[in-house]
Design a binder for this molecule. Structure first.
Ligand SMILES: Nc1ncnc2c1ncn2[C@@H]1O[C@H](COP(=O)(O)OP(=O)(O)OP(=O)(O)O)[C@@H](O)[C@H]1O
Length: 534
């Protein structure tokens, strides 16, 4: 036992630990830098870069590290690069680790929900802003456990450097054991030293995971306070505001009646002669052989609310995404307030960064079926963030506007909540507030209630109804809610087989369809909804 304790504090072995740590640091830092480059190349749109990175990965992941160590130490001098044993081992470790770390980076980036990236694009964020504000913060959280693992692996792999005579802990332990013949005590002490080192890495990993944990409770001890990156807790909100979100049990919700004929007439008169906000001309879009939009034409006037109906798979989402240039059309044109989004004046497509700016300028807001909120941000940050990052609004002003909009959708009391702590209806209301924040001229809503439980549908419809009736916002809404379309829409456009089958005033089309396909659709959908349309 005394020998074991003696070895634990023997300077010869302690210096070995120092060299092990240097080697691990070289391997890990080099691996992180090279891994980042490799992951970026693999994720790049340029096939040549991606192919080079994959080739590198195949070679360095598919050959033993020990061969790579020997190569770096013995073969590189023939190519004119002579390195010390420590540097050669560090280089080999870094080159090998990089392939695994690149996979960690890549899976972290790919692990972020694609819907959030689409939402970022729709909000006018450039690819760089999306990477920095949406993907990276979430990818880092996904990557920490795997990176901790890689750090431990690098530390253990550093022992292979003994093959090229690097004086690290394993080599020194072997030398000591050979000279003292006290194999058990020496290797036991060496094992304990490795355990302390890997334990320290695990502790750092756990601390990082905790620091990045969005659900971390408020700090209770001084140690908690040392951890940075805590999410701010929203200030309590007056009960009067909080009460807005709840519906009393004894007050059953009933859908409001459709507008009176005079109300409809007043709206028709108000819209008469209004300029076109969205013009879609001869739009074609196919996915491979599958033709989704086949020469579709339609117009939405400023201030008009148009309900887009059609069977499942008829291309409603594709149309909305193409209007906002989230999809490239194969041919045809989309004009937003008279301007073609996504193209230069000479007809050439804009770069992704320029498209993002054009989107922000065009003022098209979008609400998605699955909400697509940024899951690492609170409700308030979801609304305020894009105002700061895209529209350069000062933080205080952005938060103030976000607070107002959350109050408007009845969610001021949930401003500090993460999306996963909100119900589906609440998430969709936050998504609507986020889309409204930059004051869009046109709002596209892609089946905003179809992912919601039936009892949550009305709270979202109430908000949209308010936008149509009180704010006079131009809206194009893909929906299966016939009663809602009847009540809110000025006009209904029915699409099937990639083009407009029938369109007309909501009242007329929903109650007296002319085309058999529309009549069939309304019969099926009407039978599914309680009470049908009327
Ligand atoms: N990225 C894609 N790649 C291949 N096919 C796609 C893609 N996006 C949509 N589609 C196909 O295009 C067709 C139209 O899809 P879209 O989502 O636009 O229909 P929809 O009318 O919105 O349907 P739903 O009412 O069910 O949401 C579908 O057959 C769908 O499978």
């Amino acid at each position: 036992m005394s020998q074991f304790l003696h070895y634990l504090e023997l300077p010869y072995l302690l210096q070995g630990i120092l060299i092990t740590l240097q080697l691990t640091g070289l391997g890990l830092l080099g691996g992180l830098v090279l891994g980042f480059v490799l992951a970026s190349m693999q994720l790049s749109r340029h096939r040549a870069l991606s192919a080079v990175a994959r080739g590198y990965t195949i070679v360095f992941r598919g050959t033993p590290l020990i061969l790579q160590l020997v190569f770096a130490y013995d073969a590189l001098p023939h190519a004119g690069l002579t390195l010390s044993p420590l540097m050669a081992a560090g280089l080999a470790l870094a080159a090998n680790e990089a392939t695994f770390i690149a996979e960690v980076f890549r899976s972290g980036v790919l692990g972020v929900d694609k819907g959030q990236v689409t939402a970022g694009q729709a909000l006018g964020m450039t690819p760089r802003v999306i990477m920095r504000r949406v993907i990276a913060p979430q990818a880092v959280r996904l990557m920490v456990p795997a990176l901790g693992n890689e750090a431990v692996t690098t530390l253990k792999n550093s022992s292979l450097a003994s093959f090229i005579a690097v004086q690290e802990l394993t080599l020194r332990s072997t030398q000591l054991a050979s000279s003292t013949f006290d194999f058990f005590s020496v290797f036991f002490a060496s094992g304990v030293m490795y355990l302390v080192l890997t334990g320290a890495i695990s502790a750092v990993q756990l601390a990082a995971e905790r620091a990045l944990d969005l659900d971390r409770p408020a700090p209770r001890s001084w140690a908690d306070r040392l951890l940075p990156l805590r999410r701010p807790v929203a200030a309590p909100v007056p009960v009067a505001v909080a009460a807005k979100d709840t519906v009393a049990d004894d007050e059953p919700w009933a859908p409001p009646a459709p507008p009176e004929p005079w109300e409809r007439e007043a709206r028709v008169a108000a819209l008469d002669g209004a300029p076109a906000a969205v013009e879609v001309g001869n739009l074609h879009k196919s996915y491979g052989e599958h033709v989704v939009l086949d020469g579709l034409n339609m117009t939405v006037r400023t201030g008009e609310v148009v309900a887009l109906l059609g069977p499942s798979g008829s291309g409603k989402s594709t149309l909305l995404r193409t209007i906002n240039h989230l999809e490239d059309p194969d041919s045809g044109a989309v004009l937003i307030n008279g301007r073609r989004l996504g193209y230069q004046d000479n007809g050439k497509p804009l770069s992704p960064a320029k498209i993002a700016d054009a989107r922000a300028e065009a003022g098209v807001g979008m609400v998605f079926q699955h909400f697509n909120l940024f899951s690492h941000l609170t409700a308030l940050e979801n609304v305020a963030g894009p105002l700061r990052w895209v529209h350069r609004m000062p933080a205080k002003e952005a938060e103030h506007r976000a607070g107002e909009l959350l109050e408007r959708v009845g969610l001021a009391h949930r401003a500090g909540a993460l999306p996963r702590h909100l119900s589906g209806g609440q998430q969709q209301r936050v998504a609507i507030a986020r889309a409204l924040a930059p004051n869009p001229r046109v709002l596209l809503l892609d089946e905003p209630t179809s992912a919601l439980d039936p009892e949550l549908v009305h709270e979202v419809l109430e908000v949209i109804r308010g936008l149509a009736r009180e704010d006079g916002l131009t809206m194009l809404i893909a929906t299966h809610q016939l009663r809602f379309a009847h009540e809110v829409a000025d006009r209904v456009v029915f699409i099937s087989n990639g083009s407009v089958t029938e369109e007309g005033p909501a009242e007329e089309l929903l109650t007296r369809p002319r085309h058999p396909a529309t009549a069939r659709f309304l019969r099926v959908m009407g039978a599914q909804s309680v009470g049908g349309v009327a």
